[in-house]
Ligand binder design. Structure first.
Ligand code: PGA
Length: 270
């Protein structure tokens, strides 16, 4: 696992932007796994500002709330179109986001897994992390072999996401999410975490035991994971100085350097 610690969320985002932009340039038909939430917002805006060619890019989103239609302002459909897809030249049929209104949820989930396989698998899966250690909406106790399915949100996740819905009561109880097994099949997992409130979850994911009680710890089983952190999110890592040295001493050809900020006036709420 590579842990890249930058002084600010902005700087960490810009290294991640370079990584993603590099993939899109090198592989114009890449399959991207995408995440939602406050964490990747700036990354999407910056990536879109680069005006890359997205015509052959395919995307699969991690999750969607159950009972929330695509037009709902808090749906992950709305989030993705507003913050990324409407800003790039992606072809609509190449966008895949779980259907929160699916009548036959198990059938839908099976089809979603098949669509990922048919697309050739995910080249790069972007991930955030919940304060309870979730990735996607794989909450603590999710099987490390789980596939795309319906899952129930923990109280903590609903509380964390109340800021988007205005109150905790309005946050849906269920979501459709790619499973941990699905995520681990991606060829490269890229996790972003910013802010002090993520520090504990990040330390447990990277340095704690691999356990279903902390779903992000499953990433330790994956051969290619890059974690981008700002200083506050890295605060509880025991080997923080080692990770920093690993990054600083990397040969130039191996290093992702930050991109110049294009969206300097953006305020990201963490
Ligand atoms: P956040 O959510 O980016 O809004 O903090 C991350 C997550 O819950 O995975």
């Amino acid at each position: 696992m590579e842990v890249v610690i930058q002084p600010t969320a902005e700087a960490a985002t810009m290294v991640a932007v370079r990584l993603l932009a590099g993939l899109i340039r090198q592989k114009p038909d890449a399959v991207l796994g995408l995440a939602t939430g406050a964490t990747p917002l700036r990354l999407y805006w910056e990536l879109a500002a680069l005006k890359l060619d997205w015509r052959r890019i395919k995307t699969f989103n991690l999750d969607e709330y159950v009972g929330v239609g695509p037009e709902h302002p808090q749906s992950y459909h709305s989030f993705m179109w507003k913050n990324l897809f409407n800003r790039v030249n992606i072809a609509k049929p190449n966008v895949h986001i779980p259907d929160g209104l699916a009548k036959d949820i198990p059938g839908f989930c099976k089809k979603y897994e098949k669509q990922i396989r048919t697309a050739g698998g995910i080249d790069l899966q972007l991930l955030g992390i919940g304060t309870d250690g979730h990735i996607g909406f794989n909450e603590p106790s999710s099987s490390l072999a789980s596939r795309t399915r319906i899952n129930m949100l923990t109280r903590q996740t609903r509380r964390d996401n109340a800021r988007f819905f205005g109150s905790e009561e309005r946050v849906p109880h269920h979501a459709i999410t790619m499973g941990i097994g699905t995520i681990l099949e991606s060829r490269h997992c890229v996790l972003l975490a910013f802010g002090k409130r993520k520090a504990r979850a990040v330390a447990e994911a990277i340095e704690g035991p691999v356990t279903a009680m902390h779903p992000a710890s499953a990433l330790q089983l994956h051969p290619k994971v890059t974690v981008f952190l700002d200083e506050p999110a890295a605060a509880e890592l025991k080997l923080k100085h080692y990770y920093r040295r690993v990054y600083d001493y990397k040969p130039d050809w191996q290093k992702e350097r930050p991109m110049r900020l294009l969206h300097s006036s953006i305020l990201v709420v963490l």
